[in-house]
Design a binder for this molecule. Structure first.
Ligand SMILES: Nc1nc2c(c(=O)[nH]1)N[C@H]1C(S)=C(S)[C@@H](COP(=O)(O)OP(=O)(O)OC[C@H]3O[C@@H](n4cnc5c(N)ncnc54)[C@H](O)[C@@H]3O)O[C@H]1N2
Ligand code: MOO
Length: 466
């Protein structure tokens, strides 16, 4: 029975569904957030934020944190000058803010308690910071800080300010008292406009609240998703393990890489090509080459069945007298049928059963290199992409640079080059043109029933340069 391109694609997905469900349900690993592997994985379950994003309320600008009320009447004619508090940079602990003062804050520094708006430094008179005094860090002693200070410092007021910031900020309606002024470094900033409450203040959790979902189950760990997870305080990421695929090239004509070969031998092109493709889609791949011996092939597949989730064979399935894959797998229940497509016409399925492990599905692809590649790209890759949380490719419409003919009984998948004018030039159809495949930019599907397409006709082109 001949299948259609669409029905075969659906059947591959249906046959692999139980395997994917099993791996989804059973096989989670944990990777560190900085692990280079992470970017090729998918979350194993929903992940919620440990920290809010932003982690704390902080300044969006280098400038002065103030109370909006203190600048409510500032104007060009009536500028308001406020004494400076200690300066805070990103990484400093949160400071207290004395009402009626201006606290220099750098981008990313915590908004000091009691301040509610930030004025960028360039919007103040003079446009630049004067010499600032940075607040003592948690690990710096008050004494060393005082030694470095130039302004009049009251040790008692400074210590009180550091020990009891809440008390100071709660009295926001109170004028600055003498002791507090004594604790402030010297200097002032002059403002000529009001600054509305909340301006240039990045609120804790305004991007994402703590406990909220950062990543759904099955989400691709894209660079941006890794960034969001890191920002939300996640250090270990639960990920699905990779699908393990055995890629098996078959044929007496195949030489192992590096092996000397006689005139009848060819290098194994399909194995490395499919391994590279499937790895791009997140699979862990083992390669093997088996000669045209059905017994050896059956033995090899049984050995790997416990280790691999999926086996892909190439070659040995068409109408020849010595079809190793057919001969090995038909006795084990393998089914082989033609698909009305070109390349990729001969296709097969099998399943290897060994005790104690779930059955291992086998996809049997034809041996011609373009046929093997397109079988993997068009039938297996959609399933792997979905498992890896990757987006399916989207087509782009371009016009044909020339007339194209196609057998009306077959769904043809042609390789195309994009011309400098943006049209598409179709390459020859032969399924042995592996170099043409490597130089192609796009695939063009010509469905069953179409035997000719005229130059200038718009066609869908599919990028496959994964
Ligand atoms: N009488 C018929 N002959 C063929 C038919 C048909 O319908 N009737 N179909 C043709 C089509 S279409 C294809 S595709 C091939 C598929 O044949 P197999 O899957 O049995 O593949 P092989 O015969 O083993 O190999 C085909 C071709 O590809 C080369 N090959 C195989 N493996 C590799 C590899 N790993 N690296 C590089 N090249 C490889 C192999 O040497 C052959 O030249 O059958 C047609 N014949
Ligand atoms: O259909 Mo075969 O896969 O052309 O070469």
């Amino acid at each position: 029975m001949t299948c259609t391109y669409d029905s075969h694609r659906a059947e591959v997905a249906a046959r692999l569904a139980p395997l994917l469900a099993h791996v989804r349900a059973n096989a989670a690993e944990s990777l560190h957030i900085a692990d280079p592997e992470l970017a090729t994985r998918v979350t194993a379950r929903e992940i919620t934020a440990h920290l809010p994003i932003p982690a704390f309320t902080n300044s969006q600008m280098d400038g002065y944190a103030v109370r909006a009320v203190d600048l409510a009447h500032a104007s060009a004619d009536h500028p308001v000058t406020l004494p400076l508090g200690y300066a805070a940079a990103a990484g400093d602990p949160q400071l207290w803010h004395a009402p009626g003062s201006a606290t220099p804050v750098m981008t990313g520094a915590p908004i000091p308690r009691g301040a509610d708006t930030v004025v960028p430094v360039e919007l103040t008179v003079g446009g630049q910071f004067p010499k600032l005094m940075r607040a003592p860090r948690e690990n710096a002693s008050i004494e060393s800080f005082v030694e470095a200070a130039t302004g009049p410092i009251s040790m008692v007021a400074l210590q009180a300010a550091i020990d009891a910031p809440a008390e100071l900020t709660q009295s926001t309606s109170q004028p600055v008292d003498t002791a507090t002024y004594q604790a402030l470094p010297s200097g002032s900033a002059t403002f000529h406009a009001p600054s509305p409450e909340g301006r240039f203040v990045r609120k804790a959790g305004e991007d994402l609240a703590a406990g909220a979902v950062v990543a759904a189950a099955g989400a691709a760990l894209t660079p941006t998703m890794i960034g969001a997870l890191a920002a939300s305080g996640i250090t270990q990421v639960p990920v699905r393990r990779r699908l393990r695929v055995l890629v098996c090239s078959t044929g007496d004509e195949l030489a192992h890489p590096g092996e000397s070969h006689n005139a009848a031998h060819i290098p194994d092109a399909n194995g490395p090509m499919l391994a590279a493709l499937l790895r791009r889609y997140g699979a862990e791949v083992d390669l093997t080459i088996v000669p045209d011996s059905p017994r050896q092939l059956a033995d090899r597949l049984r050995v790997h069945a416990g280790l691999a989730d999926l086996i892909v064979t190439m070659g040995g399935i068409s109408a020849g007298a010595f079809e190793v894959v057919r001969d090995a797998l038909e006795p084990l229940g393998g089914e082989f049928h033609p698909v009305a497509m070109q390349p990729g016409g001969p296709q097969g399925f099998a399943s290897i059963t060994i005790e104690g492990v779930p059955d291992t599905p086998v996809l049997c692809f034809p041996g011609n290199p373009v046929s093997s590649f397109l079988s993997a790209e068009l039938f297996l890759a959609p399933v792997l992409r979905e498992f890896a949380g990757l987006r399916p490719p989207a087509p782009r419409t371009r016009t044909l640079a020339h007339d194209v003919e196609s057998p009306a009984t077959k769904h043809q998948v042609r390789r195309g080059l994009i011309t400098p004018e943006g049209t598409v030039r179709i390459l020859p159809p032969g399924s042995h043109f592996v170099h043409d495949l490597a130089s192609a930019d796009v695939l063009v599907h010509i469905p069953v029933g179409v035997s000719e397409i005229a130059a200038g006709t718009p066609v869908e082109t599919w990028s496959f340069d994964v």
